[in-house]
Design a binder for this molecule. Structure first.
Ligand code: ZN
Length: 131
């Protein structure tokens, strides 16, 4: 089964990075026309999501809403001080799966795959497997 990784360098504390092109590149290089692409994030303060990529305001809104949902000033017990990022990572989840048809990711018209940074900037990696 084709498996690999690619790097994602984040530049902000919180950001959504469009990784659709890197995932499609992995699919294309695998020469698998029909199948499933699994993408996994091995970090505890980042996640993966699929959402609208056409209007960048959607990314801004998602991050703003996350900051409303997850309190920054809660009496967290984790001493590293980044508990909000851990909670956000669990809310979005650590993996996504997309079907492959004719060698192409079967995303919806407006969908993109986003790496969700919640405790950056950092050097991150993403793991993929095509089956
Ligand atoms: Zn931590």
């Amino acid at each position: 089964m084709p498996t690999g990784t690619f790097a994602v360098a984040t530049s902000k504390t919180m950001q959504l990075s469009d990784i659709t092109a890197q995932v499609q590149q992995a699919v294309s290089a695998s020469n698998i026309a029909e199948g499933v692409c699994h993408v996994y994030n091995p970090h505890t303060t980042a996640g993966l999501t699929i959402n609208e990529g056409a209007d960048p305001a959607v990314q801004t809104d998602i991050l703003a809403a996350m900051q409303k949902i997850v309190p920054m000033n809660h009496p967290y017990q984790h001493l590293e001080g980044n508990s909000p990022a851990h909670v956000m990572a669990s809310l979005v989840g650590s993996s996504i799966t997309v079907f492959i048809e004719n060698g192409k990711l079967q995303l919806g018209t407006w969908q993109k795959i986003f790496f969700c940074e919640f405790d950056g900037p950092r050097s991150r990696k993403v793991v993929w497997r095509i089956a």
